[in-house]
Design a protein around this ligand. Structure first.
Ligand code: HEC
Ligand code: HEC
Ligand code: HEC
Ligand code: HEC
Length: 333
């Protein structure tokens, strides 16, 4: 009698424990046509809290002499007035090196000097920001990005990636080549799929397309091959993780490849893919020679690179959709 009585109690306890992981209500927003089961599923309690985005400084006067006339070594921001220039330097410090201050990039005895590598890197970062905000509005919209979008008050953004090299792969010509697999990777949801899909897909503007199956095999393009299936899925898991969304935020699961029935966010993601490829190929990879060795990749000595998480950091819109550029138009030229 007693033991029968106990079972439901144990069951109840187990149920409580299990449901406690995803306690309702979970918000579900329809993102595709009706009846296609395309939804963005979010647990409001798991949403990221405060992003710590510092308030924009009050605008500075654009009159008076230009920075390019007054200072000795201003190659990118020369058209700003001295007041605007100083305001931007102050904001950059808050975004990238709040603890170290101006001297993280400057030799205090000579602000014009390019001796410190962080200043050289920053100049290129300013150009990269201008490129993102002016050339990639299809992706970043009117909100755009500034240094804080990636850096969040840190010298090095929290989400960067390096080549995994052939580490742990043994000799790829003999048995034991792992193809970068079977080592649960944090970037791909701790699955054992190939980890270093970023080198494959994100380092060049003519990188391989993200295809699993062609809609017209052998007609419109060569077959992508089964080995790419795992790479594709690994990349997709990373995207879902980076944005904090399910596959159905972008895809109709009845046909993953079908663009017509995908959500509009998939198109935004497609622009994002091409943008990231360009950022790595044209800005971040060429900076390799500027960094000290300890900033380079542990396996191949490659430059630190960006992917979706570098900006998104677990949110559909970085910084929860904060306006990052209207107060800093010089970062959008
Ligand atoms: C994260 C790096 C970084 C930080 C921090 C930084 N700067 Fe700069 N600074 C730069 C870069 C890059 C340039 C060159 C810009 C260009 O070429 O258009 C520059 C140029 C300057 C110049 C022009 C010097 C000359 O004669 O050419 C002055 C003045 C200056 N910064 C002041 C400051 C002050 C004051 C602070 C702190 C409030 C500061 N900077 C913080 C990166 C930084
Ligand atoms: C798209 C994301 C992104 C944006 C936007 C961005 N950065 Fe970076 N930044 C990176 C990445 C990636 C690195 C390489 C990380 C490393 O050094 O290990 C980096 C490195 C740096 C470094 C070198 C830090 C170090 O200690 O080695 C400086 C300085 C820097 N960025 C300044 C800036 C400034 C200033 C801005 C705004 C004008 C900016 N960044 C905007 C992604 C970004
Ligand atoms: C943020 C939007 C987004 C999310 C989330 C997303 N995908 Fe994708 N997916 C895309 C885009 C965009 C492409 C095509 C890449 C390109 O632009 O060439 C793609 C391509 C694919 C393909 C290849 C289709 C073909 O043409 O052969 C598969 C399969 C796929 N995704 C599966 C998934 C799975 C599984 C998930 C969840 C783990 C997922 N995707 C999450 C946007 C997304
Ligand atoms: C340089 C920073 C940056 C990078 C890198 C980046 N994004 Fe974005 N993304 C943004 C910004 C900013 C927005 C918000 C645009 C807006 O407010 O309209 C955005 C918006 C989106 C949206 C639309 C979200 C919505 O709900 O409207 C999707 C989907 C997306 N990004 C996918 C991706 C994917 C996939 C990648 C990687 C391949 C990526 N992004 C890389 C900055 C970035």
């Amino acid at each position: 009698m007693k033991s029968i009585h106990r079972i439901p109690v144990v069951l109840l306890a187990a149920l409580t424990l299990l449901t406690a992981c995803e306690r309702p209500p979970v918000e579900s927003t329809q993102v595709g046509f009706r009846g296609m089961n395309m939804a963005d599923i979010q647990n409001p309690r798991a949403e990221m809290g405060e992003t710590g985005y510092p308030a924009a400084l009050p605008p500075a006067s654009s009159s008076g002499p230009k920075a390019g006339e007054v200072y000795q070594n201003v190659q990118v921001l020369g058209d700003l007035s001295v007041a605007e220039f100083t305001r931007l330097m102050t904001s950059i410090t808050a975004w990238v090196s709040p603890e170290e201050g101006c001297n993280y990039c400057h030799n205090p005895a000579n602000l014009a000097s390019d001796d410190i590598y962080t200043k050289v890197v920053s100049r290129r970062m300013i150009q990269m920001n201008q490129h993102i905000n002016s050339e990639w509005q299809d992706h970043v919209g009117a909100n755009g990005v500034n240094c804080y979008t990636c850096h969040r008050g840190k010298n090095v953004p929290e989400y960067i990636w390096f080549s995994q090299g052939d580490s742990g792969d043994g000799n790829r010509h003999f048995m034991g080549w792992l193809n970068g697999q079977n080592q649960p990777g944090e970037d791909i949801g701790l699955t054992s799929m190939p980890q270093d899909v970023f080198t494959h897909y994100l380092t060049s503007t003519d990188a391989p397309t993200v295809r699993l199956a062609s809609l017209q095999p052998g007609v419109d393009e060569p077959s992508p091959g089964t080995k790419n299936a795992e790479k594709t899925y690994a990349l997709m898991v990373n995207w879902s993780q980076s944005l904090g969304v399910n596959c159905t935020y972008c895809h109709y699961t009845g046909s993953f490849q079908d663009w017509e029935n995908s959500s509009p966010y998939r198109i935004t993601a497609h622009y994002g893919l091409n943008m990231v490829r360009g950022l790595n190929a044209e800005y971040l990879i060429p900076l390799e020679g500027e960094y000290p060795d300890y900033r380079l990749g542990p396996h191949e000595g490659d430059a630190p690179k960006a992917y979706c998480a570098t900006c998104h950091q677990g949110q559909k819109k970085p910084l929860g959709g904060a306006d990052a550029i209207s107060a800093y138009p010089s970062l959008a030229e």
